[in-house]
Design a protein around this ligand. Structure first.
Ligand SMILES: N[C@@H](CCC(=O)N[C@@H](CS)C(=O)NCC(=O)O)C(=O)O
Length: 228
């Protein structure tokens, strides 16, 4: 029997982070796909927040993707996905926190927030400003010559952010927000990640995401209103 199980949903960027971490570490796992529109009756027994991802390791459970990834890093330390020095680890965690508290929050607001065009334009602007911040303060300062966020070694930071960019076509299709290709370090990083082996193993196409989001949320299937 597989020791590790992950409760996941194909469209969930947070579950995607933890699946990538498992794959990168070569940890065998059983994937349990949850239909979030029709959750199993006992799902709260498994997931106290009613969300995916949840990791089951034997009798133990961990939830919240960033914490699942930290747990995996501790239990399966090779290959290491955090830097060795305390200050670099702190910086990695600052960027993981930025993803959760700012970037993914902004993209969520844009996709699921108010349909009011003015509010959508404001949400799109906020999202692009976060990307500019990442380009200047993250990739240009920390990545050096790259190719990864923290330099030569891939890390939990890369796996934390990449799922949003794999799904960018959804933001463009439903909200008219184009990927800002002028942010050349970010563009290079996205290209590197898209070609990374563990990413490719479970990658979905832009068409897959658009089709599934349209089915998932009728309210998303409105014409693009933004010009960013
Ligand atoms: N902060 C959480 C976010 C997880 C989350 O929002 N998951 C969504 C799918 S992407 C979910 O399960 N939503 C179901 C619900 O809220 O009912 C994490 O990082 O794990």
């Amino acid at each position: 029997m597989t020791e590790i199980e992950i409760y996941s949903a194909a469209l969930c960027p947070f579950a995607h982070r933890s699946r990538l971490t498992l794959l990168e570490k070569g940890v065998p796992f059983q994937l349990i796909e949850i239909d979030l529109q029709n959750k199993p009756a006992n799902f709260r027994d498994i997931s106290p927040y009613g969300k995916v991802p949840v990791l089951k390791h034997g009798d133990q459970r961990v939830w919240e993707s960033a914490l699942i990834n930290e747990y995996l890093e501790e239990v399966f330390p090779n290959p290491s996905l955090l830097p060795k020095s305390p200050i670099q680890r702190a910086h990695a965690r600052i960027w993981i926190n930025f993803a959760d508290t700012r970037l993914f929050a902004a993209s969520g607001k844009l996709l699921y927030g108010s349909p009011d065009p003015q509010q959508q334009t404001a949400a799109a602007k906020e999202l692009i400003e976060h990307l500019q911040f990442i380009e200047q303060e993250g990739l240009r300062k920390l990545s050096d010559n790259g190719p990864y966020w923290l330099g030569t070694e891939i890390s939990l930071v890369d796996f934390t952010y990449y799922p949003l960019f794999e799904q960018w076509a959804v933001l463009e299709h439903f909200r008219g927000v184009k990927f800002p290709t002028q942010l050349d370090r970010l563009k290079q990083w996205c290209d590197t990640m898209a070609n990374h082996e563990s990413v490719r193993v479970i990658a979905h196409s832009p068409e897959f995401y658009i089709e599934h989001y349209a089915r998932l949320a009728q309210r998303l299937a409105t014409p693009a209103t933004n010009k960013i």
